[in-house]
Structures are given as C-alpha cells and as structure tokens.
Design a protein around this ligand. Structure first.
Ligand SMILES: [Zn+2]
Ligand SMILES: [Zn+2]
Length: 94
C-alpha cells in the first residue's frame, strides 16, 4: 500500500524565527467598538409604543390588540392592519 498525505507542503520555506506575536492586541480593540452605541430608531419607538391597546382603526373588531410592530412604519399594529404591512419587516410581540 502506498498512501501519502501531503499535509506539510505549505510550511516549506519559513525558518523558525517568528517575531510577529503581538499583533493580535490591536485587532481585538477595534472589533468591539462600532456596534455598541447604535440604537436603531425603531427600537426607541418600540420602547414608547403602547402595546396591547385597541387599534384605533379597528375599534369595532374583535382581537384588535396591537401586538405587532412594523419596523418599516415604526408603528404598532393589530392583526387587522397586517395586510397593509405584509411587505414590511414585522416584529411579533408576544
Ligand atoms: Zn408598515
Ligand atoms: Zn388595526
């Protein structure tokens, strides 16, 4: 039998004197910045929205609690409002 697994082919030319070890420190710092202080607008609106109130548009219908939030319109909506928001990103509040 003759099986040769050539795993150590890429290690050819390099010698043994490494010296680039402390590069990693700076990398990590930059990664964590950025995302932290960004609060999307819809999220702020979501905080002040009152959920589970009656939908003003569908007062006379059953099950008109506004338990869905439309991220596109920044609005809380009831199930009856759904058809006008089907193409919008929605957030179901349970
Ligand atoms: Zn919408
Ligand atoms: Zn409605």
């Amino acid at each position: 039998m003759y099986s040769s697994i050539s795993s150590s082919s890429s290690r050819g030319g390099y010698g043994g004197d490494g010296g680039d070890m402390d590069m990693d420190m700076n990398m990590n710092m930059n990664m964590n910045m950025g995302m932290m202080n960004m609060k999307p607008a819809w999220l702020e609106r979501l905080m002040v929205e009152t959920f589970f109130g009656d939908c003003g548009v569908h007062k006379n219908q059953r099950k008109n609690e506004k338990n869905i939030f439309c991220l596109h319109c920044c609005l809380s909506i009831c199930p009856h409002c759904l058809p006008s928001h089907t193409s919008h990103p929605l957030l179901q509040v349970l």
